[in-house]
Design a protein around this ligand. Structure first.
Ligand code: 5RP
Length: 294
């Protein structure tokens, strides 16, 4: 209860000491609102500036992909080692324990599958995202796809508007069209288009040459998808090269959950993304972990 009398006089005004105001650690996001910064700070570790996101939204276009047949058995045990999980509302409600307390990068669009023509997407209801307490809205952007470029860029733009209204960042996910080459020129174009349309974070692929041009020309953080399963040593090499060339993390699926030892693999990826390990150190760790946990 407020006391009118007997209050201790306020006297520690710090006269002469400028108020501390923190620099925001995440590239290109200094001017977003407080709620969005809070969400981004739970996705990206403010100390390393990086994030290991675990993606398992593949089923929404690919059905029961290898490794995702029983997500309760294969994915749930991995969640604790991730900084953020990327999934659909179906997976969230059916298998992800709400007690896992991980930020959710939420698959916010829905549409055509691998059996027809990918990328013909619509958006979900923002109230659903708020109800699920998600931390990021993930939307596919098919730059260069003659049939769906317009729809998907409009989807991104609408998502950014809704996200800004509620303080939820948008992840622009660059899709790859059938006839598009994943080179620095194309990825630079696609990521820049997502950023210029307001996405606060971009997910794209790593490319062998000039990836640093892609990250440098993108004014907001980039995280890389893993793509198709590679031998573990190669996947770790790719993660290291991406971070070394300016990526802010990984949003990896198949190269983690299809690995021979998925927990060992996600831990090895963390060593690279957060602790500055070399790919050789991370791979040594992975081999040891796999042999000790057979
Ligand atoms: C599809 C996605 C997937 O989440 C993405 O491809 C990540 O998984 P992977 O590392 O297996 O490629 O965003 O649009």
């Amino acid at each position: 209860m407020a006391d009118k009398e007997g209050n201790i006089d306020a006297k520690d005004f710090g006269i002469g000491i400028p108020q501390k105001s923190e620099h925001f650690f995440l590239k290109g996001n200094a001017n977003v609102d407080w709620g969005m910064k809070d969400r981004l700070s739970r996705i990206f570790n403010p100390k390393s500036g990086h994030s290991v996101m675990l993606a398992f939204d593949h089923g929404f276009i690919m059905g029961p992909t290898s490794g995702l047949e029983r997500m309760d058995l294969t994915i749930v045990p991995l969640i604790e080692y991730s900084d953020c999980i990327m999934c659909t509302r179906g997976a969230l409600r059916s298998i992800v324990p709400p007690t896992c307390c991980k930020p959710i990068s939420y698959r916010f669009d829905a549409g055509t599958s691998i059996l027809t023509d990918l990328n013909d997407q619509c958006l979900q209801d923002i109230e659903e995202a708020v109800r699920l307490n998600v931390s990021m809205l993930a939307v596919m952007v098919a730059v260069g796809d003659p049939n769906h470029e317009g729809i998907t860029v409009r989807n991104l733009s609408k998502t950014v508007d809704m996200g800004v209204r509620y303080g939820i960042p948008t992840l622009g996910v660059t899709a790859v069209g059938k006839n598009l080459v994943r080179d620095a020129r194309y990825l630079g174009l696609a990521t820049r288009i997502c950023a210029e349309n307001g996405a606060q974070v971009i997910k794209t692929y790593f490319c062998e040459e000039k990836f640093e041009q892609v990250t440098n020309a993108c004014p907001v953080p980039i995280v890389i998808a893993g793509g198709k399963k590679l031998p573990e040593a190669e996947a770790l090499q790719m993660a290291w090269r991406a971070i070394d060339q300016g990526a802010s993390g990984v949003d990896m699926g198949r190269n983690i959950f299809q690995a021979e030892a998925p927990i060992g693999m996600i831990k090895a990826v963390r060593m690279i993304v957060h602790d500055g390990a070399t790919p050789e150190q991370a791979y040594d760790f992975y081999q040891t972990w796999k042999n000790e946990n057979k």
